[in-house]
Structures are given as C-alpha cells and as structure tokens.
Design a protein. Structure first.
Length: 254
C-alpha cells in the first residue's frame, strides 16, 4: 500500500485506532472517509477535521453496509483502499452459557461477518482500480488467546486466515491484502483499557503503523514491535509461556 495518494474508506473510525489512523493517513496526503454508527460523532469529526468525509454505517447490519457502499462509491468513485476497522471486544464466561451466548454471537457478527460483508460490497470496485488495497484488522490475540475473550480471539484468528486466503485468491489482480495486527492499545475497546499500563499508547501505535506502511509498501502484515511477542510465540517455541505471561500480566485476563 502506498502511503499517499489514496482514497480510503475506514468504517469503524469514529474513535480509537480507527480515528487516529484516519487522521494520520489524511495528513499523509490521502482522501479519507470515516464511517460509523453514531451521527453525532460523525458530525463532530467533519466539523473538527475539514476535508475528512463521513458516512453513516452499521457494520453489523447488511442493509446498512449495502447503502453505505453505494453512498461512498457515488461520492468517491476513485476509492482504492478499504480498511475493515470496526470491531467489538467483550468478556465472556463460558462456564455460564446464559451469560455469554448473545455476546459471542454479536462479536462474530461484528468482527467476522462485518468485514466479510464489507469486502463483498467493495471487492468488485477495487479490482477495477489500477492499485488497490484491502486492509483487514486482526489482533495479537489471533495468535495468543486472552482467556476472558474467547469469541474475540476466535473472530480475529478467523480474520487472519481470511486475509491469508483472500491474498491467494486476489493474486494477479490489482488488489493487495494487508493485515494490521494490533497489540493491546489504549482505547475504549475494553473497560479500563484506555489507562492500562499493559496497553500501548494510541498515538505511539498509530505513528509506528504509518511508518511501517511508508517503509514497507509491499508488506502483507503490519506488525508493530509490541505485537511480535504474541504473534510469534508458536514459531519461537515459547507459546505456552507467552499464553501464561499474557494472562498473568493483562488486567483484563485476571
């Protein structure tokens, strides 16, 4: 992915990593469209950051994805980058089925079906562009599980394998598939995460991500240094130790 000159749609970017990434990509000379469910946040972003376009979208709703895709492509026919940012992360206790099933289903709908439906809505258009990118968003937890978030871990592992598979299918087209793999980052994804010492500062994370995109335009996976502990435990042969360390150190894993 080139660092500048793109038209980029980022659904799920009204806060956290999505918004921070949108702002830094805009500063690098890209046209950026931010998508989200809450129109008040979209209005605030448009007012505070002139030049960033906004589109209402609920990635858990197939009809909303279809409508938003039509709106984005009508206003930005040169769109060439899709970042499937939207996601949720919630604790689950699988010892009590009545307490986790609805959460698990919502997690899979947002974190896995959402990106699948988004890619389906844009992939034909992207293949018609001379240079295009689909950026998926998995997690370090796709490779090392946090015990309190089973469905989140599973959904992100599925995104990793989806990314690997799409890259194979889209080989020979103009579309690159890039997987962003965040560690824990100081956002509101989980209660207490914004102030967690375990989590990486948001600005530091996004600055490193943008630097990696700029220095490695052909990268298949975007990995800040902090995520490699989780990403490569199995390859290093210390997977069991990584699992134990993660679940002892992360306050959300207690």
């Amino acid at each position: 992915m080139n660092i500048s000159g793109n038209t980029i749609f980022i659904p799920g970017a009204t806060s956290g990593i999505g918004l921070a990434l949108a702002l830094q990509l805009r500063a690098k000379g890209n046209t950026v469209i931010v998508g989200g469910r809450r129109t008040d946040l979209l209005d605030t972003i448009a007012a505070e950051h002139p030049g960033i376009d906004t589109v209402e979208i609920d990635t858990a709703d197939p009809a909303s994805i279809t409508a938003a895709a039509k709106e984005v492509l009508a206003r930005h026919p040169d769109l060439n980058v899709l970042v499937t940012m939207a996601g949720i992360m919630r604790a689950e206790d699988w010892r009590r089925p009545e307490s986790f099933l609805a959460t698990a289903e919502a997690t899979v709908t947002t974190n896995l079906l959402g990106p699948i439906r988004l890619i389906a809505a844009f992939v034909e258009h992207l293949q018609a562009q001379p240079d295009a990118t689909i950026m998926t968003v998995s997690s370090g937890l796709a490779f090392t599980p946090l015990k309190v978030t089973p469905s989140y871990n599973a959904s992100k592992a599925a995104i990793h394998m989806l990314s690997e598979s799409l890259r194979l299918q889209l080989a020979g087209t103009s579309v690159k598939v890039v997987e962003l793999e965040p560690p824990a980052v100081r956002t509101a994804l989980m209660p207490g995460q914004e102030t967690s010492e375990f989590a990486m500062p948001l600005d530091e994370f996004v600055t490193e991500v943008v630097a990696l995109i700029e220095s490695q335009p052909d990268a298949k996976e975007i990995q800040v240094e902090r995520v490699k502990f989780l990403r490569y435990g199995e390859a290093r042969g210390d997977y069991d130790q990584v699992v134990a360390t993660l679940n002892a150190a992360d306050p959300h894993g207690k």
